[in-house]
Design a protein around this ligand. Structure first.
Ligand code: ATP
Ligand code: MG
Length: 228
């Protein structure tokens, strides 16, 4: 499809641990189109984080084809990928992405600056995520769930085209996750982002346009009649 922002065909990726080689992804294909939100579920160790890191260029595939914004992977330099990660592809990592020596509001301003934006809506985002009171604190002075929400604010503030999110509500307690999931989703929809969301939160997954399951190295449509 021409309008796919991300197009992956037959991707494979393995890791070498000493003498052992484990193949995590093989024959994986995916299209992510503008404005579409896709949930990815799959057991621990199935390769979900590996997939996100292939799509944002942090690791290369062993084989297969990948195009982002219509550009083939083989034509992108490290510098191109870095530029894409700064400006167009936000990744919300599983273990947070805040700079420990900057306060929450400085983290936000920094991310906006990296993306080349002179103005940003970070304050409103913090309000929206109910963590306005953490703005002047450092990441180690706030809770895990607050850090996760601050990381969300950092990802949105760069005004990306694509959001890759690894368990965005993973370290939130049930009640906070229930509250943050719709906020996260509204922000994606309002901004018309394409989003690939690794999640086991049914609240998030059900709001997505499609749910895919990562199993035996490849993505398959999730049978929505099944429960989580
Ligand atoms: N840098 C690495 N070197 C070697 N093996 C790795 C590396 N990163 C991941 N793996 C292995 O690859 C497999 C997939 O890991 P990955 O982190 O992608 O899984 P995941 O689906 O994100 O799991 P989780 O739900 O626990 O976050 C696992 O078996 C993991 O141990
Ligand atoms: Mg993971």
């Amino acid at each position: 499809m021409d309008d796919a922002l991300i197009q992956a065909r037959n991707l494979s990726r393995s890791y070498r641990n000493g003498r052992e080689q484990i193949t995590v992804l093989h024959g994986l294909s995916l299209e992510l189109r503008q404005g579409e939100a896709v949930a990815v579920i799959g057991p621990s160790g199935s390769g979900k984080s590996t997939l996100l890191n292939l799509l944002n260029g942090l690791i290369p595939p062993d084989s297969g084809e990948l195009q982002v914004f219509g550009r083939r992977r083989s034509t992108l330099t490290e510098r191109d990928w870095a530029e894409l990660r700064r400006t167009r592809i936000a990744t919300l990592f599983q273990d947070g992405n805040l700079i420990p020596t900057l306060t929450v509001s400085r983290n936000i301003a920094f991310r906006a600056g990296l993306a080349g934006l002179s103005q940003h809506d970070g304050e409103a985002l913090l309000e929206h995520l109910a963590i306005a009171d953490t703005a002047h604190r450092y990441p180690d002075q706030i809770s895990g769930g607050q850090r996760q929400r601050a990381a969300l604010a950092c990802a949105f503030v760069m005004q990306p085209d694509v959001m890759l999110a690894d368990e965005p509500t993973g370290s939130l307690d049930y009640a906070t996750a229930q509250r943050v999931a719709p906020l996260f989703f509204d922000a994606i929809r309002e901004r018309g982002l394409a989003a690939l969301i690794v999640t086991h939160n049914p609240e998030l997954a059900r709001r997505c346009d499609r749910i895919l399951e990562l199993r035996q190295g490849a993505l398959r449509p999730w049978d929505s009649a099944r429960s989580f």
